[in-house]
Design a binder for this molecule. Structure first.
Ligand code: SAH
Ligand code: SF4
Length: 433
């Protein structure tokens, strides 16, 4: 989401005649697009803003802007300005589209501008905002903004507001343009894409309809989406995924924890049993699916037994990939006030242990891919190999590269798994040696 918003910021700046710089020492404007999902993200950004101070001292006219989720927090704009008086503009995650206006105002008034607003949320039609996409093959498309779920650890609903779905016709138009431009992987974005349309604003178009309608569009492309909340992933969506070749057979389905007690305390609205049932439904419908997940260790009240349930769940489900985080206290959330916080030493122990377990599972699953045929988008060529990524995001190096073309999909017979990469050959319907 943040990467995509940076593409919007770049688009707005290019429209105003700025060009992307290579060296911050020569910049006319520096924009920090922040994230506050965990404390470590905030620390990183504070360090980076601090590092600008000596440059700004030399380049008095350089404009420093800070935006994104972190600045959307209560009182953050004034706190940031107090800490870093050289910041010129602060605006929030909810009004990125208005950056151009803010810049004009600043250039006119040359006065600190605090534009963290809640009322100007989300343009109905984001299609009018220019984007500068960094990648020419992969494109993100927002289908909804905000989140209604209030998982007790999470700051997103506080900084990004309530769910709001975009008009489906605008989405179709944007996706169609991207396909015509030659983008090959379209990723639909939302904090919980499965609740698309549930706010009643899409005239009865729900996520399964949106997926199906896009999957039916002409062109050689792959359709992905993130993120799915397990409580809302419907049978219709599973069916549409199973029946449409253009929809990626890779699914990110964050489970967060394996213990029902912790899931309840997290307000996730499903039990381990419900989640497992969902996974078997998905695997029955789409046998070649690759799964990934998010896990939080050390949520308040997580005992050794609770943690062990997460370990067991990971071993049982065997995800190709898992993003594992230590619980991080976020100001204003419900979990912040829970009094049974887990000490850092235990959180560290658990994360290291879980990362080791997951690493072993991933290695086994990728080794098991040897002998299978994977659809791969070729992205680049180095001196020896064409290289691309499988649907689950794994790097694949192609040996018989003379047949490959950058930006095209190929069926690749996987021949080996070496140092974290899959090795393969273009497959022509027969398994050549
Ligand atoms: N909306 C998406 C993802 C949101 S943030 C979803 O619900 O799946 C991405 C991940 O960050 C979450 O899945 C969660 O695992 C992690 N996360 C969120 N808040 C956190 C916190 N306070 N501490 C540690 N990890 C957190
Ligand atoms: Fe955060 Fe939960 Fe919303 Fe995801 S679904 S953004 S984890 S509150």
């Amino acid at each position: 989401m943040n990467v995509h918003e940076s593409e919007k910021l770049a688009g707005i700046l290019e429209q105003k005649g700025y060009i992307k710089g290579q060296d911050v020492n020569n910049a006319d404007i520096v924009v920090f697009n922040t994230c506050c999902i965990r404390e470590s993200a905030e620390q990183k950004i504070l360090g980076n803003i601090g590092a600008i101070k000596p440059i700004k001292k030399k380049r008095k006219n350089m404009i420093v802007a800070v935006c994104g989720c972190m600045s959307q927090q209560k009182d953050m704009a004034s706190n940031l300005r107090a800490k870093f008086p050289f910041i010129d503009i602060v605006f929030g995650a909810n009004n990125v589209e208005f950056f151009g206006e803010y810049l004009d105002t600043y250039l006119e008034q040359k006065k600190f501008l605090n534009k963290v607003e809640n009322d100007k949320q989300y343009l109905e039609n984001a299609t009018g905002v220019p984007f500068v996409r960094d990648n020419s093959l992969y494109a993100y498309v927002n289908i909804m903004y905000g989140c209604n779920n209030f998982c007790t650890y999470c700051i997103v609903p506080y900084v990004r507001g309530r769910e709001k779905s975009r008009n489906p016709d605008e989405i179709y138009k944007e996706v169609k343009t991207l396909i015509d431009m030659g983008y090959k992987v379209i990723t639909l974005l939302g904090q919980n894409v499965n609740s698309y349309g549930l706010d009643g604003s899409t005239k009865g178009v729900y996520f399964a309809d949106l997926l199906e309608n896009i999957a039916k569009m002409e062109g050689d492309f792959e359709l992905r989406f993130m993120t799915s909340h397990p409580k809302d992933l419907s049978d219709e969506v599973i069916k549409v995924m199973a029946n449409n070749d253009k929809i990626s057979k890779s699914l990110h389905l964050p489970v967060q924890a394996g213990s029902n007690k912790i899931l309840k305390a997290m307000n996730r609205n499903y039990t381990k049993e419900m989640y497992l049932n969902l996974i078997s439904k998905i695997r029955d419908a789409i046998p070649n699916i690759t799964l990934s997940t998010d896990i939080i260790v050390g949520f308040p009240g997580e005992t050794d037994e609770d943690y062990q349930e997460t370990v067991d769940l990971l071993k049982q489900i065997r995800y190709h990939n898992a993003f594992i985080f230590m619980y991080s206290k976020r100001k204003g959330t419900i979990a912040e006030k829970m009094d049974n916080q887990v000490p850092l030493t235990i959180k560290r122990e658990r994360i290291h242990n879980l990362l080791d377990i997951q690493h072993q599972i991933s290695e086994e699953l990728f080794k098991n891919m040897v002998g299978t045929i994977q659809r791969v988008l070729i992205e680049s060529f180095d001196t020896k190999f064409y290289q691309g990524k499988s649907q689950c995001g794994k790097v694949v190096k192609i040996e018989n590269n003379y047949k490959s073309k950058i930006g095209e999909f190929y069926d690749i017979l996987i021949t080996d798994y070496l140092k974290g990469n899959l090795i393969g050959k273009v497959y022509n319907g027969r398994k050549e040696n």
